[in-house]
Design a protein around this ligand. Sequence first.
Ligand SMILES: Nc1ncnc2c1ncn2[C@@H]1O[C@H](COP(=O)(O)OP(=O)(O)OP(=O)(O)O)[C@@H](O)[C@H]1O
Length: 325
Amino acid sequence: MENPIIELDGLTKYYGVKKAVDNLSLKINKGEIFGLLGPNGAGKTTTILMMLGLAEPSAGQAVVCGINATRNPVAVRRKVGYLPDSAGFYDNMTALDNLLYIGRLNGIAEQEIAGRAKKTMEMVGLGAEMYKKTGAYSRGMKQRLGLADLLIREPDVMILDEPTLGIDPSGIRDFLHLIRQLSMEQELTVILSSHHLHQMQQICDRVGIFVEGRLLAEGNIETLSGSLFGKDSYVTQITVREALSAPEEVERQLRRLEGVTSITIGADTIEVSCSTDITPDIVGFLVQYGLNITGVHKKEYGLDEIYHRFFENNIKKENIQWEAR
Ligand SMILES: Nc1ncnc2c1ncn2[C@@H]1O[C@H](COP(=O)(O)OP(=O)(O)OP(=O)(O)O)[C@@H](O)[C@H]1O
């Protein structure tokens, strides 16, 4: 259901003659986790800065929480928490003192502030480490403290620019899990920028793929793979117990099912590509045919494959089957 909290309309930004963002129109719904995905220099940070009213669009507009970000940047920043790729804290102060300081700067009432800061530290998993100096914090802990810094201000939207940069793999997993959990618990809208496909895939409801300032595509993984892989979007792999005695016959009959585009039969495997997901029909037919099925696997295209189609196989724009913006 559409319930946009962010509406970008024809957003464009030139730096001199360089077009950093090119006519970007995009809606992000309340409560969604949206990934801005693209290689270095694609225009992700510039887009974020325009959403925050920190960079002025050359054309178009960004409306965030119902506020025009360019005309009223102060009001937008009251609603939106921004975690830049490296958040700065006072190293010689404890994490809790850093957070108290931020809370005071943001006008949180003195009688409330200590309780709220401690609760926020617990929320981001730093409860046991809040009295440590931030100078002794790891990169992952600093990013958690960065989240606490946003959360204490009770934002409606969090924008995180490359938030997992420099965190080790298990730290990344925990951090992404935390973002997902916070988004659900607090009904927060989260925008993340990244060029790490795999990470985005784990957490985002939707992603937008940016290349050279343009949003080439947006959607969930299923929609994107459907658009990109077209008629072969769904691949069902089936393993059977005994080798097929009449593979040609099986193939001929499977071809009659609506949506089947190609079939590959091995000794004890059958792989069917289809334009829609007809796995139940395929399985139903094979069972009726008398085969003993030992495994059914639906292949899902990951962002990695989608990314490779875009950036490495050099797909020509005219071959892209969704509307290029
Ligand atoms: N202040 C600026 N002045 C001039 N050019 C800029 C400025 N900021 C960004 N650019 C250029 O605009 C383009 C988009 O940059 P942007 O930082 O938005 O990309 P990005 O997708 O965030 O990349 P990264 O992942 O490296 O942060 C790049 O070509 C960049 O060199």
